[in-house]
Design a binder for this molecule. Structure first.
Ligand code: MCA
Length: 502
């Protein structure tokens, strides 16, 4: 049964039980959730949205986002979540590339959004919502009649999430209804989701982690998701310690801040059933410090936007420090020689490749990039290096691709380099990630200035801020006379890392 169908059944079965609740904000029961999603689906159909159309939402974390997300998928449209931190140039690219027909955005950004919309032929409409407003009341005039089942095909695309590439502009990963269903089924089995679970949801909603793993996970189980509008470590720790919650998911930067917020106190969280960490490597010291401080063992898992979750440490059994665990039910994994793509014996390091019904359907309108993503025999190339231990646990050993992960967010150096190269005083540049205690890695730009042009680091950062979401803006800028290059002229980033990462 597809995820959407099982969600509808949960809505029918759970009636007055709370489905979603915002801290200091609105609460929706399963019945209200179902009705409101139906009303929003009526509104979308009335706005001319049909199967296969792209509906973009660029909103802060609010109930509107969740309703629009579910309603879009319910009528067979393709949901496209956009990070509100994107500056106009990035937002425009995603709307243009996806050919989004409708954009629903924050009322506070109306004039900037309208400026972008005026330049796009494919975007037929924009709607603005006030995130604090009563969306349920606003939709009350629309029919709550369920939409005719538009989504019985597991191969139909349910949503599109943009991921950057090492050599190209960001690509839209097509996630099908079948992918979502396979992932959720695997996680429910592996993590033992229960209807009496109460999830504290502090992640952004525009990534797989917050949207699928956390939110869909709770709704699929008929559990309750309690959402914070943003992540505040002190507030989150207070909530976790309150005894109300059984599940929490975060990225290492969030867990590090929670650990620091404890300030050396021992705070017992052992009443919680499951605390997971993902989107970036969990440092060993944090794993151990967390255990001592909170009397719980974090469960580390590994996923990708293109697949959702792949590997996980076990719910019962050893949660191994430094390991991302074993393949989830229905997931096949192998480690191969990156050159020949032949499987390697246990203990050898190679590229991790993945297969299963959860693996995405390809990149939007990019058949060549899609073909490059898969090996000839159909396995997905993750671009991550890993080793399988003889007892089946996998350990990540680095990246085959040029990627920085900062606070659980992927940043592709070529994207930042392209922005830097637009600066008139930049003759050449290279962007690297240096270890950072808070963020995991921090973006460092190494720049060769153009002769005779004045240039300073603050100006460079300001220039980037106009073109890139602020988390991609270099935290440090270094100036050099020349970049180290190999015989083919390729910049040797390892040398730069050795020079500039302490
Ligand atoms: C915020 N800032 C960052 C980051 N986040 N800088 C670098 N890296 C970041 N990740 C910057 C902002 O640009 C801003 O800069 C300043 O920090 C404060 O912004 P604010 O929004 O207040 O930050 P925050 O609330 O402290 O955010 C930190 C955070 C957040 C909570 C750790 O980054 C976060 O929610 N990360 C999780 C991302 C996530 O869900 N990843 C999953 C994707 P300025 O002041 O200069 O403007 S990967 C995924 O889904 C796969 C499938 C998987 O396996 O999970």
């Amino acid at each position: 049964m597809l995820f959407l169908e099982s969600l509808r059944r949960q809505c029918q079965a759970r009636g007055d039980k709370t489905a979603i609740e915002f801290i200091d904000g609105p609460r929706l029961t399963y019945r209200q959730l179902d009705e409101t999603v139906n009303r929003c689906a009526s509104f979308l159909r009335h706005a001319g949205i049909g199967a296969g159309d792209r509906v973009a939402a660029q909103l802060p974390k609010c109930p509107h986002f969740i309703i629009i997300h579910l309603a879009s998928m319910r009528i067979g449209a393709i949901f496209l979540p956009l990070n509100p931190a994107y500056p106009p140039a990035e937002t425009r690219y995603f709307l243009e590339d996806s050919g989004a027909k409708l954009l629903i955005a924050d009322h506070a950004k109306k004039s900037a959004v309208n400026e972008i919309a005026a330049t796009l032929d494919t975007l037929e409409g924009t709607r603005f919502v006030v995130p604090d407003s009563d969306f349920v009341a606003e939709l009350a005039g629309w029919s709550a009649e369920p939409a005719p089942a538009a989504t019985s095909d597991p191969h139909q695309t349910a949503m599109m999430l943009y991921t950057s590439g090492t050599t190209s502009r960001p690509k839209g990963a097509k996630i099908t209804h079948g992918n979502l269903t396979a992932n959720i089924a695997a996680l429910h089995q592996a993590w033992g989701w229960r209807e009496d679970d109460v999830l504290l949801h502090a992640l952004p909603l525009f990534h797989v982690h917050g949207l699928v793993v956390a939110l869909h996970g709770a709704l699929h189980a008929g559990a309750t998701a309690v959402l914070t509008a943003a992540f505040d470590a002190d507030k989150t720790l207070e909530l976790l310690a309150s005894g109300r919650f059984s599940v929490f998911m975060g990225v290492p930067t969030m867990h590090r801040r929670l650990y620091q917020a404890a300030g050396g106190r021992r705070i017992d969280l052992s009443h919680m059933r499951l605390l997971t960490s993902g989107s970036d490597r969990l440092p060993d010291d944090l794993f151990a410090g967390y255990q001592r401080t909170f009397n719980v063992t974090l469960l580390e898992r590994y996923g990708m936007t293109e697949t959702g979750m792949n590997l996980s440490n076990p719910l019962h059994g050893e949660r191994r420090v430094g390991s991302v665990g074993m393949p989830l039910p229905g997931v096949s994994a192998r480690v191969v020689n990156p050159q020949t793509e032949t499987p390697l014996p246990d203990g050898d390091i190679g590229e991790l490749q993945i297969k299963g019904d959860h693996v995405f359907a390809g990149y939007w309108r990019q058949p060549e990039k899609t073909a490059e993503a898969f090996a000839d025999d159909g396995w997905l190339r993750t671009g991550d290096l890993a080793r399988r231990e003889p007892d089946g646990y996998y350990t990540l050993k680095g990246r085959a691709k040029d990627l920085i992960i900062s606070g659980g967010l992927n940043i592709y150096p070529p994207e930042v380099e392209l922005a830097l190269m637009e600066h008139p005083a930049v003759a050449a540049c290279a962007v690297i990630g240096c270890p950072d205690a808070e963020w995991g890695e921090g973006v460092v730009a190494v720049i060769v200035p153009r002769a005779g042009q004045g240039i300073d680091a603050g100006d460079i950062c300001e220039f980037c801020r106009e073109r890139l979401a602020s988390y991609k803006v270099p935290r440090r800028v270094e100036f050099v006379d020349a970049l180290p290059a190999n015989a083919l002229g390729k910049v040797q980033k390892a040398k730069l890392r050795a020079q500039f990462c302490d």
